[in-house]
Design a protein around this ligand. Structure first.
Ligand SMILES: [Zn+2]
Ligand SMILES: [Zn+2]
Length: 159
């Protein structure tokens, strides 16, 4: 009885093996065509995610700064700008030589600016620092990087 059962099952044991053989021969056929298709495959180029999202990067630490957050510094005379994720990062940035990026100032008011530190009257040779907080834009102006960094060091408007 027992022997008969085993014999009856044997065809089922052998079947997977022949399936495997079919699979393997199929894989070999695929592999034969593979090198050709690879050599002619176009090189994929991915878009820069930062450019797509239009996010600025902190000029000091490189972290992404969203449009409604952080600080933007502009120097109208030199048509250059910098971005800070938070005010504290304007301090080492200024002390280490103030590396600007090219970029025009967003169009703004007529000029009756005074330095937020020394209260001197300012013309085009100045720095605007604009805080982005949600919809709000809060601007301060400085006679130079020195006063921007000293103002930032002492906590800005919230000293
Ligand atoms: Zn930063
Ligand atoms: Zn000043």
């Amino acid at each position: 009885m027992l022997d008969g059962d085993i014999e009856a099952q044997q065809p089922w044991i052998e079947e997977p093996q022949s399936l495997l053989e079919q699979l393997l021969s199929g894989l070999v056929a695929i592999e034969r065509d593979y090198p050709q298709s690879v050599s002619h495959a176009p090189v994929a180029t991915l878009p820069d995610p930062l450019a797509v999202m239009a996010v600025a990067k902190c000029s000091w630490c490189g972290i992404a700064v969203e449009a409604n957050d952080g600080f933007r510094a502009y120097e109208p005379a030199g048509e250059r700008r910098a971005v800070f994720c938070r005010l504290e990062h304007a301090v080492p940035w200024g002390l280490q030589g103030a590396h600007w990026d090219p970029g025009a100032e967003p169009s703004q008011l007529d000029g009756n600016y005074r330095c937020s530190v020394c209260d001197v009257e300012l013309d085009d040779v100045r720095i605007d620092l604009i805080r982005h907080r949600g919809e709000h834009r809060i601007a301060d102006h400085f006679c130079g990087v020195d006063h921007l960094t000293s103002w930032a060091k002492s906590g800005g408007r919230w000293r």
